[in-house]
Ligand binder design. Structure first.
Ligand code: BV8
Length: 315
């Protein structure tokens, strides 16, 4: 297992060769994706600086309790992340994985990301499994109501959540042209949002709508988990698991690395941090490619996907 800051030319050939031959001989491949995949698209990760939104730890806002306590604040957090995700572009790692999915019959991708960038890179929907939901699905917050709205890209999700520009009247022309304030910075005043101005459920008429993401303490989507478990148990062999841009600290998602390993999978990690090796660590049969996913993933998948047809627009 080798590790050296990998730009396209500096991935140790030995690793690239051994990885390439294993990749080409692999019949059943799994991938586990995390926030690091979208880092070079400009979206903050949960660890490090990105882990804080204003003075709030992102993880603490991603809970039913936080929504119960202050649905306005939680909606401002999610509306901001929807806004940032809509403004971001998929990068070459998103495109490379989409290409691998088109070229590999038995390749399933498990994403912890809720930003929609893999979908926008054309990753085949039937081979992309969103473990933690999507920022662009909206559902009723009442447990007894099953109202769900898929792929709602309205921005802001309701007028009251418009990102402030510092202009008094947010609907004025001046406001429309004005630069948005960075509300992730606690120094920027966050406008109060009244409960009545939050999105309400058109079905049960009582519930406040919430983002269609899986919050901490909540179960993952049953059908998705069932599909993945059926795929894993379909045969007793998995050849390779790609672990890309994740600290693999959140369960049950992180548990899939050892599940795949238990079925004979070799592990290939792409991460900027040497420290973030998943599950029970790496063995000499595994690979660690240190570097930016947008750089490294197209490089290591080249034996199957060739040169990327669709490349991210250089910002
Ligand atoms: C549940 C959606 C039960 C919302 C998210 C076992 C052990 C310990 C704890 C638990 C356990 N089982 C369950 C728990 C509790 C909890 C948990 O895991 N807690 C953690 C904190 C210890 N799990 C849960 O609560 C789960 N639910 O267990 O329910 C249950 C069962 C039945 C019935 C009822 C209840 C639900 C977990 C899902 C929570 N929702 N997201 C939202 O997004 O707002 S999790 C969220 O955080 C993300 O989806 C992701 O999963 C996680 C962040 O992790 P990463 O994506 O890896 O991002 P991170 O910033 O950490 O790391 C980025 C990495 O990229 C770093 O390694 C960095 O070095 C690297 N990187 C950075 N830049 C680049 C890069 N790499 C490459 N290129 C770059 N450019």
């Amino acid at each position: 297992m080798a590790s050296k800051a990998a730009t396209s030319s500096s991935i140790p050939t030995a690793d690239l060769e051994s990885f390439s031959s294993h990749l080409q001989s692999s019949r059943r491949i799994l991938a586990l994706l995390g926030a690091g995949l979208s880092a070079s698209s400009g979206l903050p990760t949960f660890r490090g600086a990105g882990g804080l939104w204003r003075t709030h730890d992102a993880v603490s806002l991603a809970t039913p309790e936080a929504f119960q306590a202050d649905p306005g604040l939680v909606w401002q957090f999610y509306n901001y992340r929807r806004h940032m995700a809509l403004r971001a572009q998929p990068n070459n790692a998103h495109y490379a994985l989409a290409q691998l999915a088109r070229k590999t019959r038995d390749f399933e991708t498990l994403s912890q990301n809720v930003d929609g960038l893999s979908q926008r890179a054309g990753h085949p929907g039937d081979k992309l499994h969103l473990l933690h939901g999507s920022l662009f699905d909206i559902k009723c917050g009442e447990f007894f109501c099953d109202y769900v709205q898929k792929d709602n890209f309205t921005n802001p999700v309701v007028p009251a959540l418009a990102i402030p520009t510092g202009e008094i009247d947010p609907t004025s022309n001046a406001a429309r042209g004005a630069r948005e304030l960075d509300i992730s910075d606690e120094k920027v005043e966050l406008p109060e949002v009244a409960i009545r101005d939050l999105p309400h459920c058109p079905k049960c008429k009582t519930g406040i709508l919430r983002p269609g993401v899986v919050w901490f303490g909540e179960a993952l989507p049953r059908d998705t988990i069932r599909y993945i478990d059926d795929w894993i148990h379909a045969t007793n062999k998995i050849d390779l698991i790609l672990v890309i841009g994740t600290s693999a600290k959140v369960y049950p998602a992180a548990g899939y690395v050892d599940t795949a390993r238990a079925r004979g999978a070799r592990v290939a990690v792409v991460n900027t941090e040497r420290t973030d090796a998943p599950g029970s660590g790496l063995t000499k049969k595994d690979w660690f490619f240190q570097g930016d996913a947008a750089e490294v993933v197209p490089q290591i998948l080249k034996p199957i996907i060739g040169e990327l047809e669709t490349r991210a627009q250089q910002a």
